[in-house]
Design a protein around this ligand. Structure first.
Ligand SMILES: Nc1ncnc2c1ncn2[C@@H]1O[C@H](COP(=O)(O)OP(=O)(O)OP(=O)(O)O)[C@@H](O)[C@H]1O
Ligand SMILES: [Mg+2]
Length: 250
């Protein structure tokens, strides 16, 4: 794996909501081109951790270090500006326009026709199709409005768009929970391709087999703490499950 600087270091992060201690002194790091699976039983604190990294809310204590710089995120926009994208199924694409328009939302290309700026539709379409091809995604018609595409296709478009615009870290909170077998397989492949582009990925999953399929490392949480961290190349599924259930202490 990458030996350089981690893209993100989470240092001693805690979070409480009133009396509930959702995170307790969590530290780990993730490198460019590395996939980290975040595992743990319901209520372990996984989504809370993802929300802190995505700028949804701040930690009660501790620090996030992006590219070596300690950073205070005031909002999801701050995280986005650093190249952090959170993918929730169906949520962030505009359903009533097509794939091309979604791809270029806020970044539209124009060209001059008779001295007048017009949208460069053919150029944007070609670039969108190329970007999708590069990540092995096939959308039958990039001019179909997104509302007619499947959940898995929308997820794929979102991830391609992110990689195309130079994203650095993708956060996926149970991305396959609502997907069928074939779409899940495609989703796992897509994560592999995103990784090959040098993007860091943190994926929350309850499926230990998915973690082994796609991740380099697993971080297991329990009651708000990291109870184990394993390279998946030399761990067993039984060991990971035992960490999740608490039968095996770190
Ligand atoms: N906004 C909030 N207000 C109060 N308590 C919260 C809030 N968000 C999370 N919690 C609590 O923090 C703890 C961790 O929740 P979190 O959603 O991070 O768990 P999780 O690991 O994502 O679980 P799951 O696998 O069920 O999605 C839980 O006890 C939860 O009730
Ligand atoms: Mg959750």
């Amino acid at each position: 794996m990458s030996t350089g600087q981690p893209y993100l270091r989470v240092e001693h992060v805690s979070k409480h909501f009133g009396a509930v201690q959702a995170l307790d002194d969590v530290s780990f790091e993730v490198h460019p081109g590395e996939v980290v699976a975040l595992l743990g039983d319901n209520g372990a604190g996984k989504s809370t951790l993802i929300k802190i990294i995505s700028g949804t809310f701040g930690p009660s204590a501790g620090t996030l270090v992006f590219d070596g710089r300690p950073t205070r995120l005031e909002s999801p926009a701050d995280a986005k500006a650093l190249g952090v994208e959170t993918v929730y199924q169906d949520l962030s694409l505009c359903p009533n326009v097509d794939t091309v328009a979604n791809f270029f939302m806020g970044r539209e290309k124009t060209r001059k026709v008779l001295g007048v700026n017009v949208l460069d539709e053919p150029g944007m379409q070609a670039e969108t199709e190329q970007a999708l091809r590069d990540l092995g995604t096939h959308i039958p018609d990039v001019r179909t409005t997104v509302e007619h595409l499947s959940g898995g296709q929308r997820q794929a478009i979102e991830l391609c768009r992110f990689v195309h615009w130079g994203g650095k870290l993708v956060l996926l909170d149970e991305p396959f929970a609502a997907l069928g077998v074939e779409q899940t397989r495609r989703g796992l492949e897509m994560i592999q391709r995103i990784k090959e582009q040098g993007v860091a990925v943190i994926v929350i999953t309850h499926n230990v087999l998915h973690a082994f399929h796609v991740a380099d490392r697993a971080i297991v949480m329990r009651h708000g703490r990291v109870t184990g961290e394993r390279r998946l190349g030399n761990a067993t599924a039984e060991e990971i499950v035992a960490l999740i259930t608490g039968e095996l202490a770190a």
